[in-house]
Write a protein that binds this ligand. Sequence first.
Ligand SMILES: NC(=O)C1=CN([C@@H]2O[C@H](COP(=O)(O)OP(=O)(O)OC[C@H]3O[C@@H](n4cnc5c(N)ncnc54)[C@H](OP(=O)(O)O)[C@@H]3O)[C@@H](O)[C@H]2O)[C@H](O)CC1
Ligand code: K
Length: 517
Amino acid sequence: MEHEHKQHLLTPNQMAMADKAAVAAGVPAMDLMAAAGKAVADAVLARWSRCSVLVLCGPGNNGGDGFVVATLLHSAGWPVRLAFLGSMEQLSPEAAHFFHAWQGDVEGYSVDVLEQTDLVIDALFGAGLTRSLAGKARDMLDEIIARDIPVCAVDVPSGLDGATGAAFGVVAPAELTVTFFRKKPGHLLFPGRALCGELVVADIGIPAAVLEALDIQAWENSPELWYRDYPWPRLDGHKFHRGHALVYGGENMTGASRLTARGAMRIGAGLVTLAAPIKAWAVYATALTGVMVAKLEQSQEAEDFEELLLDPRYNAIAVGPGAGLVGFERIRTRKIVLAALVTGRATVLDADALSAFSGDPQTLLDAIVGPCVMTPHEGEFARIFPEMNKSPEMNKNHRDDKLTRARLAAKQSGAVVVLKGADTVIASPDGRAVINSNAPADLATGGSGDVLTGFIVGLLSQGTSQGMSPFNAAAAGVWLHGEVANTFGAGLIAEDLPDHLPKVLSAFKTRLFTFKK
Ligand SMILES: NC(=O)C1=CN([C@@H]2O[C@H](COP(=O)(O)OP(=O)(O)OC[C@H]3O[C@@H](n4cnc5c(N)ncnc54)[C@H](OP(=O)(O)O)[C@@H]3O)[C@@H](O)[C@H]2O)[C@H](O)CC1
Ligand SMILES: [K+]
């Protein structure tokens, strides 16, 4: 399991390098293509009953895979037709070999060929796509969409950028995509994740060892990445070892920070204190058992918060949920955030803690001096990194994708950036990134972000010195957050998330011992 590293995500360029490394290691390109085509044919035979298949082959090795698929489905007794968009001369040696191995006709490449077709094998373009599809390639995909013909895509649906999940123009959505060796970011980032349909990753004989030579910077989120650092309660673990999380509670939206405090408790913070303006103190004090509530005196809340922070035992701080943005609250929220950041202690900034700096984000970014995790959704992200979506550099080469934006924001801010969504990206200032893929749609309920903030600050409060770095704490928090929602299922509301975590943790713990083997 160790060096399997199933979570690695390779860019199309890294995929090509893996390909070359495999050939250099003695795996003939011919065998790679044969194995790729076989993996696609096997996946089709396993999912569809015999039907009339049209294989669309493009000019490169994606097309080469298609030739292999056509021959294998034909020899399985399926009615197979093949149309080729390219020229013999342009084919690589291995693609040319499998082109000649195809015994059937090569039909003219026009939309008429779609007549009587039950299933299309999309082997037009894969990792080599460099620009939007146009002309006949595009017309064919438009027609496939119009006729709603099921598609099995080879490597990626044609038109999809494997690096970003962005569509270069038209993409025919696939029921099934078969990719090779490892996933690409584009298989996990929307719209790519949706356009791929069910994803199968086939081992085609590329040795896992080639990964060492690649400078992998992206992974699919999984406990495999961070379970070694997970702060399991130690037998001698006095609660003070487990750290003390300090959560700032707002005046009106008291529910938000209560969810955060509960999330921090449930994930194992030794102690949690919620600091709230005295006006809201009674609400918190009655609602929260087990969480201590500190009073912040009227109109000097920020000073009192600073005073609290003089106690070094508060080793992780969360600000944002329900902090308040209306009128004077905005000024107070900014002061509270700056008071937290100046301590240099692990700080999680979410929601209002971010929006309070829209208009002058640099004040916030300049104040980040210690371990910090930001958890913006797209709207909050745009307020803190307004230039991110408009810079010519970003849009010139389709770099306005989520992975690039989160990475640039992390680099620029020095914080770990959790750019939330159905495909949450966790990016570290050093360029590493994790794409989360287990979150169900139900998670988009009000308050679920407040709980995530609690999970992350709760993890950070437990042994930051020993090893749950902000990057790992964010990845673990996001994964557990998704896992709880998955196990809970329909009808989930935010309040269920903290209380359902223990069940997931114990299941995760037993599973861990299988990891450790
Ligand atoms: N690494 C592996 O695991 C294996 C991958 N295989 C398959 O190989 C493809 C990648 O093959 P490649 O030849 O590099 O590229 P494509 O087949 O995806 O593209 C072919 C050429 O198409 C041209 N191109 C690019 N964009 C367009 C466009 N919009 N319109 C027209 N033509 C386009 C481009 O050539 P240009 O010179 O025109 O730019 C491409 O070179 C991978 O996806 C796998 O399916 C191996 O078969 C097995 C091992
Ligand atoms: K394809």
